[in-house]
Ligand binder design. Structure first.
Ligand code: SAM
Length: 219
């Protein structure tokens, strides 16, 4: 599929969403690793790196199959903004495989942006990354909108069951949370994977009906 960002090298976020992200990154500089799950052409990555002037290390997880030559395109985008490639570590894989590696390596992050696949069970899986977020860290989730209930439902469930995450802002469809205290000993409270798998087809069905009716399904 033609992706406009592949040619234009732009972010897939709206200006208010980028402004919200910039605010979250620049009002308080967090020194630990920053993570983006799903980068498209790296447009948002460039904006985030420019906002984080203290130059934290960025980790980018992406299967790099969104369009042809995606990895090269992201690198070209960074270079054209004068941003250092050695500040970014690319992990070209599915986010849940990367999560297993990150757990084994006992990694921690100060900032996590979840913007990979927006299908229900995978959003639920990506929310596991919150367990690797340091207290006072930021968790941002894109496409939090009633038009895409897979993401909205997953985030609402997460918020209702994890009182140690405080809603900082909703900029467009970008939900920005701060982790105010550590998770319990078993990590964040998440919907068990088998339950998420059972519910998954319902969200897929609703989404396909919305598409067939010509209704919007994203921000
Ligand atoms: C909506 S785009 C990301 C947009 C980008 N954050 C921006 O603001 O411009 C989704 C990205 O997630 C990647 N992706 C999809 N499923 C994934 C998965 N399971 N693991 C890692 N990346 C995935 C796609 O390759 C694509 O680059």
């Amino acid at each position: 599929m033609e992706r406009p960002c592949a040619k234009l090298l732009t972010s897939e976020m709206t200006q208010p969403e980028l402004d919200g992200l910039r605010d979250a990154l620049s009002t308080r500089q967090r020194p630990g690793q920053h993570l983006e799950i799903g980068t498209a052409a790296g447009g948002t990555l460039c904006e985030m790196m420019r906002a984080a002037t203290h130059r934290p290390r960025f980790v980018v997880i992406d299967t790099m199959t969104y369009f042809a030559n995606q990895r090269e395109t992201v690198e070209k985008n960074l270079r054209s903004h004068g941003l250092p490639l050695d500040q970014v570590e690319f992990r070209v894989m599915r986010s849940w495989d990367a999560f297993r590696d990150a757990i084994r390596a006992r990694e921690a992050f100060d900032f996590i942006l979840i913007d990979g696949t927006h299908k229900f069970r995978y959003v639920m899986q990506d929310l596991h990354w919150a367990g690797l977020l340091n207290p006072n860290g930021i968790l941002a989730l894109h496409h939090y909108t009633p038009r895409l209930r897979s993401v909205k439902w997953a985030a609402d469930y997460f918020l209702a069951n994890n009182r140690n995450y405080h809603r900082v802002a909703l900029a467009g469809s970008l939900l920005i949370l701060e982790k105010t205290a550590p998770d319990g000993p078993r990590g964040p409270n998440l919907l068990p994977d088998p339950v998420a798998s059972l519910m998954h087809p319902l969200f897929q069905f609703e989404n396909s009906v919305r598409k067939r009716l010509g209704m919007e399904t994203s921000a």
